[in-house]
Design a protein around this ligand. Structure first.
Ligand code: CS2
Length: 489
């Protein structure tokens, strides 16, 4: 549908509907990817429709200009397409007021974050965007962006750097701080981010640190909606259906959940309760349930599915062997050590989760979920493994998933083809894997990466042995056979 210049050939470009109110900006969102546009932004648009309020969102892309370039000609409107079993339901969302690119114009980003009208700064910058050490939750002070941000107060690069410098400006101007709303899949994400912000601000000015610690709030959240990357064919199909060309639609499943700790600076927030957001005192049980049941099996299916030759999650769970493996992870290894959040039936929760994975309209690539495993495994899988070991059980299925990740980051699939491994530690992990020739050697080398594996877990001989056996099995018998053996164990 695009001309060679990348312009729409047949259809007029999507525009903000003329009757759509233009809210003023009260939220700045760092990391304007597909997930936030299909999740948080939709809730906020709905909350304004139901209860009013003025909660326009200025989106910030930290590095790349693509979102701004696609959305600006559409006056920042875009289509959120629900992919249900009965078909696709498009809906135009016009709650974004602007998109800024931090790397091009950090001053503009600090400007909007420091504006007194800005009440909330939310984030979906992915796990690696926090510049922390996944195994400890501490700031990675050697991270080049953190080193840069300490030197350049007016031009930060990292999300944490922007938060600290903008809060500093507000403090100096006598403005109240904003609420920091972390929406990434990290354990106790608000608490974690608060720790990082305090750590960085303490390196700059102790008074700033204590002001942030006293006055800013960092509610933790649990976010959930499956949003696969938009593909060129999605753009074309949508244009054919609607008659207008949207160069940046988002595709999402019908399900959505958002649980937030109700701790906003001066109580200022959209009317979340009116649109089904669960406002709670402690998000931890919800977050554990979601990270361990959903993201834990998602990553397990991503590595084993990819190695078995499956392109998407729905294809992976259409394979009876991997479907049974996924269900056995829940039944034998995840649910037994999980405390259900108030009012939740975990059997029903995982049953519904399986249906969500099986939705054939969602083409969520195993390769996409396999990205950044070094940043994801600790909170998705390693915690569950450690708790099983503490309870005297060996969670062999999850150990197989970790071994499959180790094989994946080795960079060669079961047919001998190269894998395009995307991970901030990919070069190190490949070098460690290549540097050893035996399964034992490879497992030991990767287990020694302290940014991923805490000492206590890495030095557990039962864990190490389960990884070695699984790794050998993966090499000798392949991922599918091993998944079946672990299910039957
Ligand atoms: C996925 C998540 O890409 C991934 O790693 O596991 O993005 C997942 O789809 C969402 O967390 C669902 O809420």
């Amino acid at each position: 549908m695009l001309t060679e210049a990348g312009l729409p050939a047949e259809y007029p470009r999507l525009k903000r509907p003329s009757d759509a109110a233009r809210p003023s900006t009260a939220i700045v969102h760092l990391g304007l990817g597909a997930f936030y546009r299909a999740h948080g932004a939709v809730y906020i648009a709905e909350a304004m429709t139901k209860s009013g309020g003025d909660w326009g969102i200025a989106g910030v892309s930290l590095v790349r200009p693509d979102q701004r370039d696609a959305l600006a000609p559409q006056d920042f409107a875009y289509t959120a397409v629900e992919l249900g079993p009965e078909g696709e339901t498009p809906r135009v969302i016009s709650v974004i007021t602007d998109v800024l690119v931090a790397r091009e114009d950090p001053a503009a980003v600090l400007g909007v974050m420091s504006a007194p009208e800005t009440k909330i700064v939310s984030l979906t910058v992915t796990e690696k965007g926090y510049c922390h050490e996944p195994s400890t939750g501490k700031l990675n002070r050697d991270h080049p962006d953190i080193a840069h941000d300490l030197e350049h107060p007016d031009a930060p690069r990292s999300a944490v750097g922007f938060l600290v410098r903008a809060l500093d400006r507000r403090r100096k101007a006598g403005t109240r701080p904003f609420t920091v709303l972390c929406c990434d899949n990290l354990p106790e994400n608000g608490k974690l981010l608060r720790g990082l912000v305090l750590e960085l601000s303490g390196l700059i000015d102790n008074e700033l640190k204590s002001w942030i610690g006293t006055h800013a709030t960092f509610p933790s959240t649990m976010v959930d909606r499956i949003v696969p990357a938009t593909k060129p064919e999605d753009i074309d199909r949508l244009a054919e259906k609607t008659g207008v060309m949207d160069l940046s639609p988002v595709m999402h499943e019908p399900f959505s959940q958002w649980v937030i700790e109700d701790d906003f600076v001066d109580g200022e927030r959209p009317d979340f309760a009116a649109v089904g957001v669960e406002l709670v005192e402690d998000v931890t049980p919800f977050e554990h349930m979601k990270l361990r049941c959903l993201n834990g099996t998602h990553s397990s299916l991503a590595y084993l599915g990819y190695l078995s030759g499956h392109e998407t999650i729905s294809e992976t769970v259409a394979d009876p062997v991997l479907a049974a493996f996924c269900k056995s992870l829940w039944a034998k290894e995840i649910l037994p050590i999980l405390k259900a959040p108030p009012g939740v039936d975990l059997q029903a929760y995982t049953g519904e989760l399986f249906e969500r994975y099986a939705n054939p309209a969602i083409r969520h690539r195993t390769w996409q979920i396999a990205m950044d495993g070094s940043q994801k495994l600790p909170q998705r899988i390693l915690g569950t493994i450690a708790e099983n070991l503490d309870a005297g059980r060996t969670p062999k299925g999850l150990c197989l998933a970790v071994a499959a990740w180790m094989r994946y980051v080795g960079g060669t699939d079961e047919k001998g083809n190269a894998i395009d491994v995307r991970d901030p530690l990919s070069a190190d992990l490949k070098a460690l894997s290549d540097g050893a020739s035996s399964a034992e050697g490879k497992v030991d080398a990767i287990l020694a990466v302290r940014k991923i594996f805490p000492e206590t877990l890495a030095s557990n001989p039962i864990f190490r042995d389960a990884l070695v056996q699984s790794y050998k099995g993966l090499v000798e018998k392949g991922a599918r056979v091993m998944a079946k053996e672990r299910t039957d164990d």
